[in-house]
Design a protein around this ligand. Structure first.
Ligand SMILES: [Fe+2]
Length: 125
C-alpha cells in the first residue's frame, strides 16, 4: 500500500538512518511566546538552517499551520512562502492573534531532503 502523506514528513523524533544527520539543518526553528493574551497580537519568527542556499539545493518552501484546541477540523493554514534559491533566506516573521490555545506547526521543504516539521505549543489566557 502507498505511504500515507503524513508519514513522508520528517520530525526530529521520527528521523532515522541518513535523515538523522539532516535534523539540525532542516527542522524549522519556531520562536514564539509560550503564553499570550486572547486577541492580542504577537510576533513569531520561523527560520531554517544553517542550510545550503543554492539552485541545486535549498529550502524552497515554508508552511505554517495552527492546531486550535476545540476546533472541529484542524489545522488552520496560517501562511506559506516560496524562496528563490541564493537570494532569500528561509525565514518568516508573522504577526498572529489567537483566541484559543493550540499548536503552531512549521513545515519546511528542501528540494533534496523533503519535508521537515516542528511544532510549538502556545497557551492563550
Ligand atoms: Fe537539504
Amino acid at each position: 500500500m502507498a505511504v500515507k502523506f503524513g508519514d513522508l514528513i520528517y520530525t526530529p523524533e521520527t528521523a532515522k538512518g541518513e535523515a538523522l544527520s539532516k535534523v539540525e539543518s532542516h527542522t524549522p526553528k519556531i520562536e514564539a511566546p509560550d503564553k499570550v493574551k486572547a486577541g492580542e497580537p504577537f510576533t513569531i519568527h520561523v527560520s531554517v538552517g544553517p542550510h545550503p542556499n543554492k539552485v541545486e539545493h535549498s529550502i524552497r518552501e515554508l508552511h505554517i499551520y495552527f492546531y486550535e484546541e476545540g476546533r472541529p477540523f484542524n489545522p488552520v493554514h496560517v501562511a506559506s512562502a516560496r524562496f528563490a534559491p541564493g537570494i532569500t533566506e528561509p525565514e518568516l516573521t508573522l504577526k498572529l492573534k489567537l483566541e484559543k490555545s493550540g499548536v503552531i506547526y512549521a513545515v519546511a521543504y528542501c528540494n533534496l531532503h523533503g519535508l521537515w516539521e516542528s511544532r510549538k505549543e502556545i497557551k492563550v489566557e
